[in-house]
Design a protein around this ligand. Structure first.
Ligand SMILES: [Zn+2]
Ligand SMILES: [Zn+2]
Length: 393
């Protein structure tokens, strides 16, 4: 993995000894003897190189222990932060404050409680550094951090401007082959790209408010959400630009066309159907027509159909010529399904041990039960036969 330039903060251990010695040489601290104590030394790495470290141990080693012990909240688990060091060439990048802040949080997590953290700063500049992190002075030489006072570090803003790279990237005239209803997206000028803000917040940001939850940005170039590759399509019926994912436009004109298409399809189906032979018509107990407004289009009696037609139409309306026959469907329970289900958890091939006769016996019982259980037969439209409507009746 290429983690060049990536910063990592973690507790140090014996395997870091070479890196620690390298950095230690540049500082006036001696920490390498102590890195085998768990959760004691912390380091910040850029890539695989250590660039800074700090120590967090017990506060009982502070010289002016009386001043510390008098501080409200002090106890045997209070902490001391010391040996804070960042290599000179890596300063002014926020590494020191990130290291201190994250190391304190890790220490608190490993101790499973957030105790006071003391520090002995040696000059005013150092004091200002800790002040920014939330520490406050209790004597001239001692500062303390109350757990609730740890301040978050705001990200620093960098501006990315790469005209040469972008020029190389898009130094072309983009070719667009357009159909009649297609045109260049006016939003992204046909580039297909927009600048996206990618806003984010910090989970521990101070003064979080509902109106300012995501104050930071990782702006980047992204795909234009208004078009497909810089091209939009207009509806050929109403002329409006369609959403980029729409296949057909959701407008009144388009709706009318779809309705007409549906009607034409039904008409074609009827035109191509056979006229029912006499015996089929005579045995048909129920007809179907999309012009019958009750019972989902099913009716049994021509008078019902005529009454409904006259109620909803005028004399001059075009009368349909045919209706559909229907097929009768009865309730059916399949014996094989029940047997398969009943033997599923038995020994393998248990189903095969049931004779065909026994299956038939069950099917007969089920058929009899269906006939007498009180559920009436159902008729469904058959697209096979049509029957001429006896308008002259
Ligand atoms: Zn666009
Ligand atoms: Zn339209």
């Amino acid at each position: 993995m290429n983690n060049k330039g990536k910063t990592t903060i973690r507790s140090l251990n014996e395997s870091d000894i070479t890196e620690v010695k390298k950095v230690e040489k540049e500082s006036f601290f001696e920490v390498s003897d102590m890195i085998d104590s768990p959760d004691y030394e912390y380091g910040i790495f850029v890539g695989n190189s250590l660039v800074g470290f700090c120590t967090i141990g017990g506060a009982d080693v502070i010289d002016d222990i009386e001043a510390v012990a008098a501080y409200p909240g002090f106890n045997g688990d209070s902490l001391l932060l010391s040996d804070v060091f960042v290599l000179p060439e890596h300063r002014a990048k926020g590494y020191g404050s990130s290291l201190v802040r994250e190391a304190i949080k890790m220490k608190w997590a490993s101790e499973k409680k957030n105790e006071l953290v003391f520090i002995e700063p040696w000059d005013d500049e150092v004091k200002r550094f800790y002040d920014k992190l939330g520490f406050s002075s209790i004597t001239d030489d001692i500062m303390v951090l109350k757990p609730s006072a740890l301040k978050s570090i705001k990200p620093k803003t960098e501006t990315v401007s790469a005209p040469e790279y972008i020029q190389d990237l898009i130094n072309v005239n983009l070719k667009k082959d357009l159909y009649d209803n297609e045109e260049i997206c006016s939003y992204c000028h046909g580039t297909g790209l927009i600048i996206r803000d990618n806003e984010y917040g910090l989970s521990d940001a101070p003064n979080k408010s509902y109106t300012n939850l995501f104050p930071y940005k990782h702006q980047s170039l992204s795909f234009c959400p208004h078009c497909n590759n810089g091209v939009v399509r207009r509806c050929k019926f109403c002329g409006q630009i369609m959403s980029r994912t729409a296949f057909v436009h959701d407008c009144e004109q388009q709706d009318k066309i779809r309705q007409a298409e549906r009607e034409q399809k039904l008409k074609d189906l009827m035109d191509n159907a056979q006229v029912a032979p006499k015996e089929v018509e005579d045995s048909c107990e129920c007809f179907y027509s999309e012009y019958y407004s009750w019972n989902e289009g099913y009716f049994t009696d021509w008078d019902e159909f005529f009454d409904d037609w006259h109620e909803n139409h005028n004399e001059e309306d075009d009368k349909p010529e045919y209706v559909w026959t229907t097929e009768r469907v009865d309730m059916h329970i399949d014996a094989d399904d029940i047997i398969a289900n009943a033997t599923e958890n038995l020994y393998e091939d248990a189903m095969d041990d049931i004779s065909e006769e026994k299956c038939k016996e069950l099917q007969n019982m089920l058929d009899k039960w269906c006939d007498t259980c009180g559920v009436r037969e159902t008729y469904v439209k058959s697209n096979k036969y049509k029957v001429k409507i006896p308008w002259e009746m």
